[in-house]
Design a protein around this ligand. Structure first.
Ligand code: MN
Length: 277
């Protein structure tokens, strides 16, 4: 059974044009968890915290996953895609060799904007692949009952349900699990996968770890054949699993490559207008 190896409380930060967010993965405490690179949570009912958004910016060499719980995020990119992500929707964007895009929350007065962004690395062989978007509306994400609660399967499989996101290099599993008080949830996950849980509501006890992991905390789960979560007071969490890539990670700003020279090339390509065309 996978128990908590490290618990990381998300830290308040700002990114983009000044969006208030909480970063648990990708900061000073936990720089990466191969193949995962970053996890940010945005949660605010104050428009000024989120409205400046993430105007046009590039990415190369990895995948960005946007998961919207409440509110709306408009996106637009350099290869002609655009759309509005509403509550319950997911976007899995493979930046590959390069894309320039904007991600702009569209808050309405007093309404909650709540979403997450996850970065997933690509192996060297896929870093310069063609960009690809998978925009998934809420009704395409299967929801299955488990332990008296519910599980939304974004990618990977759980209890016979298969997530709509496909073709992910690291074979990722992404589940959104909601449990009532007293429930015990169990999921079998590939033994070689890196696994973490991020608590969205309430608190959960993972594996044999006695201390509950509270809301706003990322729990890195250690080795084992399955993840177990006990919800004494009820709770909701994202459960992520993915195969480690095991390659050098060179990251700078919006680019994640294998070497510094490849980062320099990415910046040069962006400045020359060769990225995202
Ligand atoms: Mn982006």
């Amino acid at each position: 059974v996978r128990s908590v190896r490290l618990a990381v409380a998300a830290r308040a930060s700002r990114d983009g044009a000044g969006v208030k967010l909480a970063r648990s993965l990708g900061g000073a405490v936990l720089r990466d968890l191969d193949p995962f690179l970053l996890l940010d949570e945005i949660k605010s009912d104050r428009a000024e915290d989120v409205v400046k958004g993430f105007p046009d910016h590039p990415h190369r060499g990895f995948e960005t996953v946007t998961y919207v719980i409440a509110g709306e995020v408009e996106h637009r990119d350099s290869v002609g895609n655009s759309g509005l992500l509403g509550p319950g929707s997911a976007q899995w964007m493979t930046a590959g060799r390069g894309i320039v895009h904007s991600e702009m929350p569209r808050p309405r007065a007093g309404d909650l904007t709540w979403g997450l962004q996850l970065w997933v690395n690509l192996p060297a062989a896929s870093k310069m692949t063609a960009p690809r978007y998978q925009d998934i509306p809420p009704d395409r994400i299967p929801e299955v009952g488990a332990a008296g609660g519910s599980v939304r399967v974004v990618t990977g499989a759980f209890e016979g349900a298969k997530g709509p996101v496909d073709g992910i290099a690291v074979g990722a599993t992404m589940l959104d699990v909601t449990l009532p008080a007293g429930a015990t949830f169990q999921a079998a996950l590939p033994e070689l996968d890196a696994v973490f849980a991020y608590v969205l509501e309430g608190a959960l006890r993972f594996g044999d770890t006695p201390d509950p992991t509270p809301r706003g905390t990322l729990a890195v789960l250690g080795d084992g054949a399955s993840a177990i979560a006990r919800a004494d007071v009820g709770g909701r969490f994202l459960l992520l699993a993915g195969r480690p890539i095991g390659e050098p990670i060179a990251r700078r700003g919006p680019f994640v490559m294998n070497t510094e020279a490849e980062l320099d090339q990415a910046f040069a390509d962006y400045r020359a207008g060769r990225l995202g065309t």
